[in-house]
Design a protein around this ligand. Structure first.
Ligand code: BES
Ligand code: MG
Ligand code: ZN
Length: 500
């Protein structure tokens, strides 16, 4: 995809589609359109007069005329009420335009960027949001498809983000690059998630992390089964013992020279396939459980992005990778495990495996003496019941960190909603023959997952993101095609960009 920035003076050749936008309630099309092309302006104006178009959210007006200046075809997007205009509607509008162009087999589009200004959306934001959304909405995963007709169609090859005048070209170009760079990291995470369980196993995930470290120039270390045994990482070992694939613990370190500002640890759940183990999952939809390493993918994507952005922070990624299978050596319900931090856990349900591997990984972060620890995990199906696919479940022990995460979620379009980790919930996983149970009886499933992890966090400042309901989408969304969403990357990068 070729994304460029343009100004009116230099509009010479025609493209396939001009994209404009209009807010609901505006009596006239935007004046920038008139400045660019009087005929196009009139065309839209008569549509408004004749009540054919009013700028309502998600409404589209589409016209075709040979005598237009910048392209023969114009698409005007309804942007809804100006007072509701924010980043997310701007992303949706951009995706709407791109999807329209792809559906109509168009190759080149020009977006009249100033139509998208308003409310909290500033000039630089427009460049960032458009470029990022274009790359997110163009993504597809078709590497295993040989039948052309089955592949998602992506015909758009070039997008020009058009401004009436270019006063801040350098800043704009930088925003476009940054938007694309982050989208690239999201798409990298999506690729990992969409890779099937036979192709991406703990070892391949570790290889991928090593490659990333090599290309980005940061330190990497992978603990194999022998080192995991030596370190008493028995939660990770217990989950892995039912599979032929040996477990791996990935450790990546970025920005050692910024250590004095404090260390942030990112922990991501890397279950390359979750069959449930002996507490086997029902077969319907089980194929989606290749997405159970989405937390790991988000952390890897974030590491990729922050190193490209050259952020001045010290970040250590800790990623436990296993396959959860019901083989002859598998752990059984009733097994009691002595975890890395010394606490004992009775395995009530082998399908609550994520918390067992994360517990050890969280406890392992102690050696890096982090200021804050943040984990991401497709941890509980209950998260879908609580929040659906509209929000990430957020829990934590540090109100300031939780608030920062929430705000980064709002800005990045990956919203979070906090659930409580009150002491009263601790009873639900109190052990009988052990310190803890790995599962409760069904009540407050997402919170119970958080309460369990809390027992293994070695520092005061911790946030837990349950991405089980947002990591995978079953239906195409404006800028998420069916499959892995790469959720978490945009949020973490936004958080770390503003880290203090
Ligand atoms: N990986 C699943 C959670 C999940 C469910 C992720 C749906 C994505 C979509 C996790 O390991 C799991 O199985 N959790 C159990 C916990 C229960 C046994 C306490 C669940 O949610 O049923
Ligand atoms: Mg499970
Ligand atoms: Zn799982």
């Amino acid at each position: 995809m070729n994304i460029t920035i343009g100004s009116f003076e230099r509009v010479k050749s025609k493209v396939d589609l001009l994209v404009a936008g209009m807010f609901e309630g505006d009596a006239k099309p935007p004046l920038v359109l008139k400045k660019l092309d009087g005929t196009a302006f009139q065309l839209v104006q008569s549509a408004i007069k004749n009540k054919r178009f009013s700028g309502k959210k998600d409404e589209q007006f589409h016209g075709y005329l040979d005598s237009l200046r910048s392209s023969n075809e114009i698409l005007v997007l309804g942007l809804g009420k100006k007072e509701n205009w924010k980043y997310e509607p701007a992303r949706r509008a951009t995706a709407g335009a791109l999807n329209f162009a792809n559906a109509n087999k168009l190759k080149s589009i020009r977006i009249l960027a100033e139509c998208f200004l308003g409310g909290a959306v500033k000039l630089e934001d427009v460049a960032f949001l458009i470029s990022q959304t274009i790359d997110l909405a163009t993504y597809k995963f078709d590497r295993y498809q040989t039948k052309e007709e089955l592949k998602p169609k992506r015909t758009v090859e070039s997008v020009e983000i058009l401004f009436s005048q270019l006063s801040k070209k350098k800043e704009m170009t930088q925003m476009i690059e940054e938007g694309r760079l982050i989208a690239g990291a999201v798409n990298f995470a999506r690729d990992l998630i969409n890779e099937p369980g036979n192709r991406l196993q703990p070892r391949q995930l570790a290889d991928c992390a090593r490659d990333l470290a090599k290309e980005s120039g940061f330190r990497s270390e992978v603990l194999g089964i022998a080192e995991l045994k030596k370190n008493n990482m028995n939660g990770i070992l217990a989950v892995a013992q039912g599979s032929h694939q040996s477990p791996q613990l990935i450790v990546l370190e970025y920005g050692v020279s910024h250590k004095r500002n404090g260390t942030i640890c990112l922990v991501g759940k890397g279950v390359t396939f979750d069959s449930g183990g002996i507490s086997l999952k029902p077969s319907g939809g089980m194929e989606k459980m290749k997405c159970d390493m989405s937390g790991a993918a988000a952390v890897l994507g974030t590491m990729k992005a922050i190193s490209k952005l050259k952020l001045k922070i010290h970040v250590v990624a800790v990623i436990p990778c296993v396959e959860n299978m019901p083989g002859g050596g598998a752990q059984r319900p009733g097994d009691i495990i002595k975890m890395h931090n010394g606490k004992s856990v009775e395995v009530i349900n082998t399908d609550a495996e994520g918390r067992l591997i994360l517990a050890d990984a969280l406890s392992y972060t102690k050696r890096f003496n982090p200021k804050s620890v943040i984990d991401l995990a497709t941890l509980t199906g209950a998260c879908s019941v609580a929040l659906g696919d509209r929000a990430i479940g957020l829990m934590g022990t540090d109100p300031k960190l939780v608030d920062q995460v929430r705000k980064a979620g709002e800005r990045s379009g990956e919203r979070c909603w906090e659930l409580p980790l009150w002491d009263e919930y601790a009873d639900l996983i109190k052990g009988h023959h052990s310190d803890l149970l790995n599962a409760g009886s069904g009540q407050a499933g997402t919170i119970v997952g958080g309460m369990f992890l809390k027992e293994f966090v070695p520092v005061k400042s911790w946030a837990h993101l349950d991405i089980a309901s947002t990591a995978w989408t079953d239906a195409n969304k404006p800028y998420h095609v069916k499959g892995g969403s790469g959720v978490g990357v945009r949020l973490l990068v936004e958080l770390l960009k503003n880290w203090k």
